[in-house]
Write a protein that binds this ligand. Structure first.
Ligand SMILES: [Zn+2]
Ligand SMILES: [Zn+2]
Length: 189
C-alpha cells in the first residue's frame, strides 16, 4: 500500500521553533509525521496524535496582562454561555463564555505560580491571574475542567452552541435572535 501525503502544515507554537507536520490519511484517524524536532512540554509529546480530523489543533490562552498562559493540545468542546447572576459576577460580564477541555491535555505554560482560585463548597470554582484578575479556567475536584473563551487566543474553532439560564439574565442584556436558549439548565445536564 502506498500512502499519499495529504497535507503539510507548519505550526508556530508560542515561543517554540516552527514545526512542520505531514498528514497521511488512514482509516479513521490520520497518521501525523513530524518533519521537525519533537516538541515536548512537561515530559509529554505535544504532537502525539493530537489531531482533529487530520489536523493538529493547539489551543492557547492567556490573561489580560500576559503573565499567565496555557496550552491545550486537544480541541475545546461543548462551548456554552450561562446568563445566571453568579456567572455574571464570576465573568464580570453579561454571561459566561466557557468550553470544556480534556484535563490531561491542558498545561500551564507560564505564570502558574501567579494563579489564585476561588473554590466553592461543592468543589468547583474558577482560577484567576492574581495580577490582572482575568478568569482563566474552571476547576472541578482540583482539575482544570474548562477554559473561559475570552482568554483564548485566536480561533479555537468552537462556537458557543447554547445559552443557559437566560430566564435569569440581566434586565439590561438583549439576547440575539436565532441562538439556542434554555430558560434554566440545558436539558439532560
Ligand atoms: Zn494577568
Ligand atoms: Zn451560571
Amino acid at each position: 500500500m502506498r500512502w499519499k501525503c495529504q497535507s503539510r502544515s507548519t505550526y508556530n507554537l508560542s515561543g517554540d521553533r516552527p514545526v512542520t507536520v505531514a498528514f497521511w490519511p488512514l482509516k479513521g484517524p490520520y497518521l501525523a509525521l513530524l518533519t521537525g524536532p519533537l516538541l515536548t512540554r512537561n515530559g509529554q509529546s505535544i504532537f502525539a496524535a493530537n489531531t482533529c480530523g487530520g489536523r493538529l489543533l493547539m489551543v492557547s490562552g492567556e490573561c489580560f496582562c500576559g503573565a499567565v498562559s496555557y496550552e491545550v493540545a486537544d480541541p475545546l468542546r461543548d462551548a456554552r454561555s450561562c446568563h445566571c447572576s453568579r456567572c455574571r459576577k464570576a465573568f464580570s460580564g453579561q454571561a459566561s463564555a466557557y468550553a470544556l477541555v480534556n484535563p490531561e491535555k491542558f498545561n500551564w505554560v507560564k505564570g502558574e505560580n501567579l494563579l489564585t482560585a476561588y473554590i466553592g463548597s461543592h468543589g468547583a470554582g474558577l482560577c484567576f491571574c492574581s495580577l490582572c484578575g482575568s478568569t482563566l479556567c474552571g476547576i472541578v475536584d482540583g482539575k482544570v475542567h474548562g477554559v473561559t473563551l475570552g482568554c483564548v487566543n485566536g480561533d479555537p474553532e468552537v462556537e458557543i452552541g447554547y445559552h443557559i439560564f437566560v430566564g435569569s439574565k440581566a434586565r439590561w442584556e438583549i439576547i440575539p435572535e436565532g441562538v439556542t436558549t434554555h430558560e434554566g439548565a440545558a436539558p439532560g445536564s
